[in-house]
Design a protein around this ligand. Structure first.
Ligand SMILES: C[S@@+](CC[C@H](N)C(=O)[O-])C[C@H]1O[C@@H](n2cnc3c(N)ncnc32)[C@H](O)[C@@H]1O
Length: 275
């Protein structure tokens, strides 16, 4: 995977290697879930906030829905609502459709860039934009576009993480000598994170109603587990021979006396309404 200077907001990388298929996202999510030792389930937190925000929405949109874990949970929570799944990756939307079908539900699938939703999405009572706005170099513009898709008084739940999430992994890679520059490079969450999310939201013209911050802790117990996660992250600049998780795990074992890493992240949930 090539590594431009701002890989997480690079449109070609986002449309291509990051999300053109579901594989990388599934591998990353699996590695993170297995490592998690502390912190509430994000999907459960979102659906709980959604139920408290609007118990009976007619139209619910999951924007940047990825593989649809939140979409499926929203569809179960709101059996009579119209569910709209929005993502610019048609491969991921196909996964969402399959997962919904397995639950005897369906959704309107909208393949679109969340900066350009005019004419594609409207009359949404409740929107979710989970862990996706940090892929925008101008998240306030994306949020302003999404806000215009809400009904007057409609709500949105936005989630992101702290800018220094998982920095302990950067330190481990630098210590190993496999990626000395890792701690100096911006994180996935650089453009939209725990510390700037409220400002971005209000700049987009939304009214903040509620904020929840949760501390998450992850324990990568050995080199294999750490390598599985690291190879999914375009932040790291590893030699081409080390993009295979087994080869990377072997190199980590050679260079680090202890490959176990405990990593941390703050997850932020904001609930806002259209003014
Ligand atoms: C990390 S995944 C998050 C998926 C899901 N919301 C979740 O919480 O698991 C980010 C998703 O945002 C989507 N995405 C990134 N940039 C986008 C854009 N400009 N417009 C629409 N979707 C975008 C990607 O295709 C990907 O599915």
């Amino acid at each position: 995977m090539s590594t431009p200077s701002a890989p997480f907001t690079d449109p070609a990388l986002i449309r291509g290697p990051l999300y053109a298929t579901a594989d990388r996202l599934a591998q990353r999510t699996s590695a993170l879930h297995r490592a998690k030792t502390t912190g509430a389930d994000a999907t459960a937190t979102i659906t709980t906030l959604a139920a408290a925000t609007n118990p009976f929405p007619d139209r619910v949109a999951d924007i940047g829905c990825g593989r649809g874990t939140t979409t499926v949970a929203l569809a179960r929570q709101y059996p009579s609502a119209t569910i709209v799944a929005v993502d610019q990756s048609s491969a991921l939307l196909a996964v969402v459709a399959d997962r919904l079908r397995a639950q005897n539900r369906e959704a309107l699938l909208v393949t679109a860039d969340f900066h350009r939703l005019h004419g594609l999405l409207a009359d949404v009572d409740l929107a979710v934009a989970a862990f996706c706005l940090y892929h925008s170099a101008q998240p306030e513009q994306a949020l302003a576009v999404i806000a215009r898709c809400l009904t007057p008084g409609g709500s949105i739940i936005v989630t992101t993480k702290s800018a220094n999430s998982y920095h302990e992994i950067d330190t481990a890679l630098a210590t190993s000598g496999l990626d000395p520059g890792a701690p100096q490079r911006p994180s996935l969450y650089q453009s939209f994170h725990t510390a700037n999310a409220e400002t971005v939201l209000t700049t987009a013209g939304l009214l903040l109603n509620r904020r929840t911050d949760q501390q998450h802790i992850f324990r990568f117990a050995d080199a294999d587990h750490l390598a599985e996660y690291v190879v999914t992250c375009p932040k790291y600049q590893l030699s081409p021979a080390l993009t295979d998780p087994k080869a990377l795990a072997a190199a980590l074992r050679d260079r680090l006396p202890d490959c176990a890493v405990t990593a941390t992240s703050t997850v932020t949930y904001l609930v806002a309404t259209r003014r």
